[in-house]
Design a protein around this ligand. Structure first.
Ligand code: NAI
Ligand code: 15L
Length: 264
């Protein structure tokens, strides 16, 4: 493709995408509300608040694909979540509609279903069960993608990411870990598959332990290869086992379950 927009390019996954996904397009348009390193060869840098409709309209112009990673990525007060993840997502979909419906990868989250228990295995048809305002905002994003697909034919891959970090950070992440390499391959599949539609796909590696039926990954030809088992001994030695009735032991959303509704 000619130009791939990456929102949230200053963040954890955005920096990874910038470093490793340049081959997907002639030009990467990198955007964030936070400062970004200056543009290198084959890059454009655009500072943009997703809550600014006019700015987002201009941001999306001339893009053939959008890797939408921008927004609030943890539990925060409503006004912050509303700006980045509600108004921001609305602005993004409206801009995409105005500019020819470029394919979108929407970074959804396991926190859209965090209130399922760890002794349940769910598939993508299970009703949403968010574990906080952040999770609610991800449910909203999934709903917007579905609406724009039904009404306008907008294609979106709704990737419910587990925990994408260099390695798992605690025992729960042995079940939720998505390796950086698997993330890169996943994004490649989303933007290369001829027909996408609007599937929900779990963004999780091929871990021995897990709570999600990952069969929809096949729709885009993605087969995760990494397995958190490599890190089990290290994690179990480093972190004490949390009590059996602690939220991080009971619910899929882990510690997010215990978060309050923040006011400021
Ligand atoms: P991050 O917090 O490191 O990056 C998010 C970026 O979005 C930040 O650079 C931030 O400045 C930017 N941003 C926030 N509000 C904005 C606004 N109003 N306008 C423009 N930019 C704004 O998060 P990370 O880890 O890189 O995650 C990327 C995406 O993937 C997020 O949408 C997150 O919800 C989702 N996700 C990530 C997971 C992970 O394990 N890293 C797990 C599940 C979902
Ligand atoms: C998320 O949605 C967050 O963005 C990320 O920072 C992690 O906390 C991840 O979920 C997780 O559940 O481990």
């Amino acid at each position: 493709m000619k130009r791939l927009l990456i929102t949230g390019a200053a963040g954890n996954l955005g920096r990874l995408a910038r470093a490793r996904l340049g081959h997907l397009a002639d030009v990467l348009r990198l955007s964030d509300i936070a400062d970004l390193d200056p543009a290198g060869p084959g890059e454009e840098v655009v500072n943009c608040d997703l809550a600014d409709a006019d700015a987002v309209h201009d941001l999306v112009q001339d893009c053939d694909g959008i890797l939408h990673l921008g927004g609030v990525s943890v539990e925060r007060p409503w006004d912050q979540i509303q700006r980045g993840n509600i108004t921001g997502v609305y602005n993004l979909y409206e801009a995409a509609r105005a500019h020819g419906l470029p394919r979108i990868l929407y970074a959804s989250s396991n926190h859209a279903i965090g209130y399922y228990r760890q002794d349940e295995v769910i598939d993508t048809t299970a009703p949403q069960k968010p574990d906080g305002l952040y999770g609610v905002s991800k449910c909203f994003g999934e709903a917007m993608a579905s609406l724009y697909h039904s009404k306008f034919g907008q294609e979106t891959a709704l990737i419910r990411i587990g925990s994408c970090f260099e390695k798992p950070r605690d025992r729960r992440m042995l079940a939720t870990w998505l390796s950086p390499d698997d993330f890169v391959r996943l994004v490649e599949c989303v933007f290369r598959v001829p027909m996408l539609g609007c599937p929900i796909i779990w963004g999780v590696s091929d871990n021995d332990e897990g709570w999600w039926n990952t069969e929809t990954a096949r729709l885009i030809g993605w087969r995760p290869k990494d397995n958190s088992e490599t890190f089990r001994a290290e994690i179990e030695a480093a972190a004490p086992c949390p009590p059996k009735d602690a939220p991080e032991s009971v619910y899929q959303g882990g510690k997010f379950i215990a978060e309050p509704i923040y006011k400021d």
